[in-house]
Design a protein around this ligand. Structure first.
Ligand code: FAD
Ligand code: SF4
Length: 514
C-alpha cells in the first residue's frame, strides 16, 4: 500500500529523516491551503514567501527523486479545511498509511490529531527534527502557569549543548555580554550601515492566484520578493550575515534610525523566515556563526557572537517552551484587562508619531521589523494605550513574514503586552518617549515634542507612559524593579500628575488622530 506524507508550509526541512531514502510507495503532499490563508489576515508578502518556498521545496524533492503531489490554491480551493483535502486524497490514491510531522502550532496539532483519531487507515506522527530541545523534554523544562526566566534556561542549554563553553565554564568567563552591546548610532555609524542582501523572486503567479481566489491580505505587494525562498538563498543570507553583519550585530541590536535607507535591516540577520519555515536549522545557523567567530575573533568579538547565539539558543527555544506549557489557555490571557481597539494607522502607517510611522510603515512595506521596533515602539504603544491583546496578536501574527503562532504569541501577548501576568518577563516593557529618543533619531523629525509631557504637541508616549503606570499601580508598585519609578512619580506635585493624566486621557480619546 501507499503512504501519504504531509509537509506543512513551515516544515521545509530537507534534512529530515523522511528524505534520506527515496521510497517508491511514498507520496509527499505539499499544498497551498485555503484554511492557512484565512486563519488570520496576512501580509501579502508573508503568504507569497511561504507559497514560493513551498514550491521550491516541492521542486527540490522531485529533483531528488521523491514523488511529490504539489497542489496550488487552484486545486485545493474546493477544500475549505485540511482534513477535507486529506480525506479526499487518501481515498483517491488508495493510501494505507498517513504520516505527518508534529505541527508547531497548537491549532494544527489539534486538527491533525483529531482527524487521525477518526481515520480508518493507520497514522504515524513524526518529530519535525528542527528544534534544539526535543518536544518530549519540554514538560520537564517548562511548567504551566509558572514564571520562567530566559537567562536560567539559556545557561542550562549552554551547559548541556557545550555551545560557547570552556569545560563547565562559559567561554570568556561570563554568560551574557549585553552590557557591551546596545550602542546607539552616531552619524559615522549611520553612513556605514551595509545595504542588505535581498533576493529577486518572481512571485507574480502567486499574486495572481491570491487575487483569483479572493484571498484577503494587507501590506505592500511585491512582484519581486526579497525574502529567501530556497535553501540556496537562505544559505547565502547566512553567509552574508556572518561576513558583514555579525561583527556589529550585538553592538547595534537595539538601535533604530530613519536616516539610512538600510535602517530597516541594520545588522540584523533577517534569518527568521528561513528558520521558521525550517529551511535552515537553528543548529546550522549557530554552528556557522561560531565557525565565523573562531576563524576571525579579532573581527567578531565575543559579545557579538554570544549575543547572536543567545537569540537562537536562548530566546527562540525559550518562547516555544512557554507556548507549549501554557496552550491553549495562553491565547486567552489578558492580565491587564486591556480592551481598546487598534487605531487605523496600524494598516496604513498614517500617523504623526514619527517613530510609529516609521516602524508601522516599514512593517507594511517589507513584512519585517526588528526586535526593538516590534517591542519598544509598536508593542510599547499598544501596551500604553491598553490595546486588546487579541487584536494585537492578530496584527502581529498577520504582518510579519516570520510570524507563526508558537513564536508570535509568547513574544506579543507575553513579552510585549504583559498579558500573561509575568510568566515570561519580570516586568512590563513599558517606556516613555525618552527611551525611543535615546535609541533612535525618530524624534528629531517628529510633529511631537519629545521634551514635553503636557501641552501642545507633547510626545504621546510621555503622558501615556505615566498613565499606564498610574492605572496599574496596585499591580506593579510592589515589583522591586519598578518601585523607584513609582516613588519618582509620587514626588511630583499633584497638579503636575493631574495634568499628565489629563493629557493622556485626551490622547486616548483622540487616538485615531495621533
Ligand atoms: P535577529 O535580530 O538577527 O536575531 C536572530 C534570530 O534570533 C532571529 O531570526 C530569531 O530566530 C531569533 N530570535 C531573536 N529574538 C527572538 C525572540 N524574542 N523570540 C524568538 N526568536 C528570537 N520572531 C519570530 O520569529 N516570529 C514572530 O512572529 C515574532 N513576533 C514578535 C513579536 C513581538 C511583539 C516581539 C517583541 C518580537 C517578536 N519576534 C518574533 C522576535 C524577534 O523580534 C524576531 O525573531 C526578529 O526580529 C527576527 O528578525 P531577524 O531574523 O533579523 O532577527
Ligand atoms: Fe515617537 Fe514621541 Fe519621539 Fe515623536 S517625539 S518620534 S511620538 S517618541
Amino acid at each position: 500500500g501507499r503512504t501519504l506524507r504531509l509537509i506543512l508550509g513551515d516544515q521545509l526541512n530537507a534534512s529530515h529523516s523522511w528524505f534520506t531514502n527515496v521510497q517508491d510507495n511514498c507520496l509527499y503532499l505539499i499544498a497551498e491551503l485555503p484554511q492557512e490563508t484565512g486563519y488570520v489576515r496576512h501580509h501579502v508578502q508573508k503568504v507569497c514567501a511561504f507559497f514560493a518556498a513551498m514550491e521550491q521545496f516541492a521542486r527540490a524533492l522531485q529533483q531528488a527523486g521523491h514523488q511529490v503531489l504539489y497542489l496550488t490554491l487552484d486545486e485545493t480551493a474546493d477544500y475549505p479545511t485540511l482534513p477535507d483535502l486529506l480525506s479526499a486524497l487518501i481515498e483517491k490514491h488508495a493510501i494505507h498509511l498517513f504520516e505527518f510531522q508534529r505541527p508547531d502550532e497548537y491549532r494544527l496539532l489539534e486538527q491533525l490529531r483529531d482527524f487521525s483519531a477518526h481515520l480508518s487507515v493507520p497514522v504515524r506522527e513524526w518529530d519535525s527534527e528542527h528544534f534544539l530541545v526535543p518536544f518530549e523534554e519540554l514538560p520537564s523544562e517548562f511548567k504551566p502557569d509558572t514564571a520562567h526566566r530566559m537567562e536560567a534556561f539559556y545557561r542550562r542549554l549552554r551547559k548541556r549543548s557545550g555551545i560557547l563553553m570552556d569545560g563547565k565554564q562559559p567561554i570568556g568567563g561570563q554568560w551574557n555580554y549585553d552590557e557591551n552591546n546596545r550602542n546607539t548610532l552616531r552619524d559615522e555609524d549611520i553612513e556605514q550601515i551595509p545595504s542588505p542582501v535581498t533576493f529577486d523572486n518572481d512571485v507574480s503567479a502567486i499574486l495572481d492566484r491570491l487575487q483569483r481566489h479572493k484571498v484577503d491580505t494587507f501590506g505592500t505587494p511585491a512582484t519581486r520578493l526579497g525574502w529567501p525562498t530556497s535553501r540556496k538563498q537562505a544559505r547565502a543570507l547566512l553567509e552574508d550575515f556572518c561576513h558583514r553583519l555579525l561583527p556589529r550585530f550585538g553592538q547595534f541590536q537595539d538601535a533604530m534610525t530613519a536616516q539610512s535607507p538600510h535602517g530597516w535591516s541594520l545588522y540584523h540577520s533577517r534569518l527568521s523566515f528561513a528558520l521558521n519555515a525550517k529551511i535552515l536549522s537553528p543548529r546550522q545557523v549557530i554552528d556557522r556563526a561560531i565557525q565565523a567567530w573562531e576563524a576571525d575573533p579579532t573581527r567578531i568579538s565575543l559579545p557579538q557572537i554570544e549575543g547572536f547565539v543567545r537569540q537562537i539558543l536562548g530566546w527562540r527555544e525559550f518562547v516555544r517552551g512557554i507556548y507549549w506549557a501554557n496552550m491553549p489557555n495562553y491565547a486567552c490571557l489578558n492580565s491587564l484587562g486591556a480592551d481598546a481597539p487598534l487605531p487605523r494607522y496600524f494598516w496604513s502607517g498614517d500617523t504623526r508619531m514619527n517613530c510609529m510611522k516609521h516602524c508601522l510603515g516599514q512593517s507594511l512595506d517589507v513584512a519585517y521589523a526588528h526586535h526593538i521596533q516590534r517591542l519598544m515602539v509598536i508593542g510599547n504603544f499598544c501596551l500604553l494605550v491598553g490595546a486588546n491583546p487579541d487584536k494585537v496578536d492578530q496584527w502581529y501574527l498577520g504582518v510579519y513574514v516570520d510570524a507563526l503562532e508558537w513564536v508570535e504569541l509568547p513574544n506579543t501577548r507575553g513579552m510585549s503586552q504583559f498579558g500573561d501576568g509575568g510568566l515570561l518577563a519580570s516586568k512590563p516593557y513599558a517606556a516613555s518617549g525618552q527611551y525611543i529618543n535615546r535609541m533612535s533619531d525618530y524624534c528629531t523629525d517628529c510633529h511631537y515634542r519629545i521634551d514635553r509631557r503636557t501641552g501642545e504637541r507633547a510626545c504621546p508616549f510621555n503622558s501615556l507612559y505615566w498613565a499606564f503606570l498610574d492605572r496599574h499601580r496596585e499591580r506593579f508598585i510592589h515589583n522591586p524593579r519598578m518601585r523607584m519609578i513609582y516613588s519618582g512619580w509620587d514626588k511630583r506635585a499633584a497638579s503636575e500628575r493631574d495634568a499628565i493624566l489629563e493629557q493622556a486621557d485626551r490622547y486616548i480619546a483622540n487616538i485615531e488622530q495621533l
